[in-house]
Write a protein that binds this ligand. Sequence first.
Ligand code: FPP
Length: 251
Amino acid sequence: MSPRLEEASATLPYHVGIIMDGNGRWAKAQGKGRLEGHKKGAEVARDVVRWAKNLGVKQLSLYAFSTENWQRPKLEVRGLMSLLAILLPKTLPEMMQNNVRFCTLGDISPLPHSARKAVEQASERTKNNDGIELILCLNYGGQQEVLAATKASLQWALAQDDPNVAIENLTLSKFRDHMWCHQIAPLDLLIRTGGEMRISNFHLWDAAYAELYFSDVLWPDYSQHHLQLAIENYQRRERRYGLTSEQVTHE
Ligand code: FPP
């Protein structure tokens, strides 16, 4: 950890989310196919878990496959799923060694059997680790997550003695209990690589007060230094949650 990060460890982001963008452009610039970009991107995804852990991050969400990514060319979708099925078991020993708890966010039921099996095996094998939580967002969409929580909340309300009163009394916290992410902390820092400035349906509810950080670096070129810069930038922000700067300073 750099002295500057160590000094400010109290303000370290607990939960960092990364939109790993730029694999395709990286591959194109190298005269390679898109899948080569994803392969290199997957290596960096493996490294970033270790870097984040070393920097003191406790939860790391990586946006690996969105609900919209199914619409990509069939070959690319198949390639990404194969990467998952091949690389996850290979990465398991490293996850165990680094005390990484692996889990997923999103509906993994439509994933091909081999990918789903790899995911379930990694989740099961690492469930007692507590060094850092790696949350791989797979077939994940923030809007879909909010819709699922709305349906679950309504079902919960309908099962109460007076559903109208239950709906009237529904709080943000109770609603969040019905979200897929209910066991994960809200996002503190959202990083997007690849130069685009959008959220792309990532952690919509939980990024409500996240600090946003956009980097021009293409994901396969991302390094520990880039992550450190993002965290140092985060540490210079004032998180006000709708309050005034004076209120935040006093409290
Ligand atoms: C966005 O880059 C990246 C993705 C849609 C996939 C991210 C996947 C990895 C980093 C590999 C690890 C994940 C799995 C599932 C094994 P892009 O393809 O949109 O890049 P571009 O904007 O340059 O075209």
